[in-house]
Design a protein around this ligand. Sequence first.
Ligand SMILES: Cc1ncc(COP(=O)(O)O)c(C=O)c1O
Length: 486
Amino acid sequence: MPDHIYYTMQKAGSPFLDMRLLEYAGEDWYPFHMPGHKRTPLEFPNPYSIDITEIEGFDNLHHATGILKEAQERAARLYGSQKSFFLVNGSTGGILAAISAAVPRGGVLLMSRNSHKAAYHAAYLRELETVYLLPARTDFGISGSIQPAHVAQALEDLPQIGGVFITSPTYDGVLSDIQKIAEIAHAHNVPLIVDEAHGAHLAFSSEFPASALRCGADLVIQSLHKTLPCLTQAALLHVNSSRIDLDALGRFLGIYQTSSPSYLLMASMEQCIRYMKREGRERMFDFAQLLRQFYKRAAKLRHLQVFEGSSCRAEACFAHDFSKILISTGNSGLSGKELYDALLHDFHLQMEMSSGHYVTALSTLMDTPEGFLRLGSALEEIDKKSYASAPSAKPLDAQAIYQIPKPGLSISKALELPSEVLPLKGSIGHISQEYIYLYPPGIPLATPGEILTGSLLNVIAQCQSQGLPIEGPSDIGSHRIRVVKG
Ligand SMILES: Cc1ncc(COP(=O)(O)O)c(C=O)c1O
């Protein structure tokens, strides 16, 4: 940033920018989290100098015919899609538009239960009936892959299903067998949408699992900002099929995205695409080597344990993207939050997230050898201090987590009805008007429209007593939940 701008802001005393963002950027915190650029800029001008709007000669994202059309065509060529759209409010907008265009209003969507909330919101907005696919269970305690056989069974049983929605890779890096699932969906003439928000990098290296784009998915949504060097919110929606009505897709993108798309963001997508075209393959190869060295070192830890996809049964985890480094507390005696805090406060390593029993380091091709060395050394130090006899928490009732409560109403019907707030204990048999999430494994315990059961409430109580984060209900701290008025 030019000095004069920096000093003007300093004088004005902008607490958010100066005291937090700039001060933070000047310190030695290492980012094992999004965005994927890791605060290493690609060649980029002063943001103010290129922040324009849709003036003469600069095209219009919602009816692109000029420079933005060409930029999107370059993205399509790079990824090998038939057509690609720039998304300026993340994969969220792409998921909303993809589901809306692929499944008719009031239709039926077959979706993985561990889907991002945008998929549930699309079902709500389009008044869809939702039918769920439960991910496999893994020994590590995260959600595993979706089984192709379950997709086949659901499509046999319910010919009214209008679209299939799968998240692959998940936030934890777990992929499903998209090729098989696409074949099954297409045999029923149903489009497959893949939420590949965490997989924009996969297309650039055979050291990583294959992208859904190469496996026959009809629509693929990718967050460039998560795993590639691109500004936050930048994402792509790819179309690879004639099963999708492009007019409808364009219409929904126009509804869900801002009418003032940022030229900064779109320029950052263009730069990212150019960078990946020129150097992506080479940089991904080097990145994979760094990861291999890191995993080799981590395999020697005595108490902490780094997840390796190859340790899972194939049906539980079809493939794992090893750039998502999941560090289990193992028998260290630490909780996930304690490990996260130790890495943060003692070593200035900012992780992506912590859960009950592990932390996630999100790595990308922009990470440095020094970053991996710092993480490896920190884990070794923590591992040395750890004690082998961890107080083992009572295992959660997996049966209740990995089952879908009885459906009562569709999400949209439940959310439109009058509601009341009840104490959790008194809510059994009522229809939830809220989502209840536990992470991991990242599947909702309940969604609006589902009937709350005794075993579900037991799981919630158990999670809360173990300090595991239950999220969703607005008043969960007071053990209350909003339900459809009985
Ligand atoms: C699996 C998954 N899908 C979609 C999204 C939404 O992506 P975005 O933040 O780009 O809108 C997320 C965000 O974390 C995600 O984890």
